[in-house]
Design a protein around this ligand. Structure first.
Ligand SMILES: Cc1cc2nc3c(=O)[nH]c(=O)nc-3n(C[C@H](O)[C@H](O)[C@H](O)COP(=O)(O)OP(=O)(O)OC[C@H]3O[C@@H](n4cnc5c(N)ncnc54)[C@H](O)[C@@H]3O)c2cc1C
Length: 338
């Protein structure tokens, strides 16, 4: 049994097979809707149901509140049609032609950048470079069938060597393995590229990038793309971490700040240590953005990292004028039901 989903206003139709979610079916048919975690948590794939009905495997979905349900919103990464349906959703053309592939890779190098951050360089087979947009992520395929998501930190041009920044989650299945057992030359498999967090070229105003911890990874990839061309606009990078030791590529970002007049770097510490003798900004990173830019109506904001940072920033930024279609986020949700 399959159903047809019509996506308005484009009028594009897709076929959703039995037990398939709308998002999975859409991606299979190269109709890309905005999405991020694919676990029903982040809410990026929330869209309006115009006609028909859908159901979910789970009764409660963190990314879909009662108020959302009352407004007729659905979470496309979890929703399965009960009949032919019509939804209102933007199609993200920029990634629709990029194939999502399963790729083998070798750990080419491992470098500990901070006490809890490992930089992995993954070598892909010759001629099998990954075509991706800076900002996208990959999912490692683990032997128990689970997947783990990590954002690509390297430039898209160097597509046979993929850089990742992996934060150690003590007790975490995959990141414990990375920190305790992984060796150079180990083989891994991943699926990708995934996600719709990438630079919107059509928005030409000033940009604020905001990262929490390893949320710097996708932003580093996007910045590398931007620095390869002359920039006519201001670019602000706010990096929120606990203490100075967590600014794991501080020297690299400082260098870029010195090289590019219009690139502004603002590290923000939430719990500086005494030994830091920190003279810079303190507090929550999104508060620092608001202090410096009390009116965000001309800006685009790209935020990536811990879900609480993004949850706090979304309403706070919209209250000071940020337009909903100028905010893009990569929420590092960590449920691994796929
Ligand atoms: C789109 C996306 C991109 C991501 N990109 C990156 C990235 O570039 N770098 C990076 O370091 N992380 C990133 N993450 C987060 C990363 O996927 C998780 O931290 C990782 O899956 C943890 O795997 P694990 O097997 O070690 O832990 P698990 O075995 O999955 O979890 C062990 C325990 O720790 C909790 N937990 C897991 N992850 C976290 C976390 N991040 N914070 C707090 N508690 C956690 C779990 O709920 C569980 O209780 C990203 C997540 C998403 C959804």
């Amino acid at each position: 049994m399959s159903y047809t989903v019509t996506i308005q206003p484009s009028g594009k139709t897709i076929t959703v097979n039995a037990d398939e979610t709308i998002l999975t079916a859409a991606l299979r048919q190269h109709a890309v809707l905005a999405y991020n975690c694919r676990n029903g948590l982040c809410g990026t794939c929330k869209n309006k149901l115009l006609n028909g009905s859908v159901s979910y495997d789970q009764a409660e979905l963190k990314g879909l509140s009662d108020a959302d349900r009352e407004q007729g919103l659905i979470l496309c990464c979890q929703a399965k049609p009960n009949e032919d349906v019509v939804i209102e959703a933007e199609l993200i053309d920029a990634v629709s032609d990029i194939d999502i592939r399963t790729v083998p890779c070798r750990v080419a190098s491992m470098k500990q950048l901070a006490h809890d951050v490992m930089q992995l360089q993954l070598k892909l087979p010759e001629g099998m470079g990954l075509i991706f947009l800076p900002g996208q992520y990959i999912n490692f395929l683990l032997s128990n069938g689970e997947e783990r998501s990590f954002s690509i930190a390297s430039a898209a041009a160097d597509n046979e060597m993929i850089e990742l920044h992996i934060r150690h989650v003590p007790g975490g299945l995959f990141t414990d393995h990375v920190f305790n057992n992984m060796q150079e030359k180990d083989m891994l498999r991943f699926r990708g590229p995934l996600g719709t967090f990438f630079l919107r070229q059509e928005l030409t105003g000033p940009i604020i990038f905001m990262a929490g911890g390893t949320g710097f990874a996708p932003i580093k990839s996007i910045l590398q793309q931007m620095f390869s061309q002359p920039q006519q606009r201001d670019i602000f990078f706010y990096w929120g971490v606990r203490a100075q030791q967590d600014l794991y590529l501080h020297d690299l970002v400082t260098q870029r700040h010195q090289q590019f007049d219009r690139f502004h770097y603002i590290p923000v510490l939430s719990e500086p240590m005494d030994k830091d003798n920190w003279q810079g900004r303190c507090g929550w990173v999104h508060d620092a953005v608001i202090e410096d830019h009390p009116d965000l109506s001309d800006f685009s904001v790209y935020a990536s990292g811990p879900p609480p940072m993004i949850l706090a920033a979304k309403p706070a930024f919209s209250a000071i004028g940020l337009q909903a279609d100028h905010m893009f986020y990569d929420s590092f949700e960590f449920s691994h039901e796929v």
